[in-house]
Design a protein around this ligand. Structure first.
Ligand code: SAH
Length: 254
């Protein structure tokens, strides 16, 4: 997969792109990422990329020309899927990440200031994507969020294929809790079943904890996902345990 990033701050990227899984993916050729300086595509002496907004008001707007030229020249003859990072875009989620990961070539456009001239969106953007309902000062961190989340979906980037398959959201549920050595931390023991060596029991416990975490932290996910019979039964167990607990608490209170 190839990803081109266009930004006025290319210096933000090298450490990120050279580190950990993404660094390895780039070295092994699974992922080819190039960062382009938008100023390289300006035509004036000052290499300016912004101007005052028509209609007045504060702030500066990124001019269309460098963006349009950059996108055309970087694309060459190819047809990358062109994404503008924008708080007005569709909010990124696991499904969108997996969809983007199927595209052989992506171009990520990072805005700054008040954003880009609307004609850029009209002429050289296929899709606007947001990383959440808040406003950042630039599209560089959102572009890194995209690069990192997408790269995890490329086979071979994350060592054990399993660790992606079990991630939160992948099957519509949150991940189960994780434990490592030592067995006792500040008086809290590792759940016994994880030491049992009984893999069927461990699998069942993990599925139940996934359901419990989702029920407690993100019940909205459960409404969107059909449950199979086994999961229904586990959920029933969780609910009755929670009911029993609150009975005990009530009894303790009185
Ligand atoms: N005035 C604009 C925000 C501009 S912020 C508005 O209110 O819609 C400057 C740049 O930061 C944007 O062009 C975009 O590229 C990036 N950015 C800011 N918040 C973002 C978000 N939540 N998701 C993706 N990109 C964002």
């Amino acid at each position: 997969m190839r990803i081109d990033v266009v930004t006025i701050f290319p210096e933000l990227f090298p450490a990120f792109l050279a580190t950990s899984l993404i660094g390895r993916a780039a070295q092994s050729g699974l992922l080819e990422i190039e960062v382009h300086d938008l100023r390289h595509y300006t035509k004036d002496r000052h290499r300016s990329v912004d101007d005052e907004p028509y209609g007045g008001g504060g702030g500066m707007v990124m001019t269309a020309q460098p963006w349009i030229d950059a996108v055309e020249q970087i694309s060459g003859g190819a047809t990358p899927w062109r994404v503008l990072l924008s708080p007005q875009g569709r909010r990124l989620d696991d499904r969108k990440v997996r969809e983007l990961a199927t595209r052989p070539q992506l171009m990520l456009l990072c805005g700054r200031y008040e954003g880009v001239d609307e004609r850029v969106v009209e002429h050289v953007v296929d899709e606007e994507i947001s990383v959440g309902d808040y406003v950042l000062s630039g599209g560089e961190l959102p572009a890194m969020v995209l690069v990192e989340s997408i790269s995890r979906q490329i086979p071979g980037v994350v060592g054990l294929a399993d660790s992606v398959v079990q991630d939160s959201f992948r099957d519509g549920l949150l991940d189960h809790p994780h434990y490592t050595r030592p067995r006792n931390v500040a008086g809290s023991e590792v759940p016994r079943v994880l030491l049992s060596g009984d893999h069927a029991a461990i699998d069942r416990w993990r599925r139940k904890q996934s359901l419990r975490a989702t029920l407690e932290k993100r019940p909205d996910l459960l409404h969107r996902r059909p449950l199979d019979l086994g999961e229904e039964a586990l959920l029933e167990e969780i609910r009755s345990e929670a009911g029993a607990e609150s009975e005990v608490m009530k009894a303790e209170e009185t």
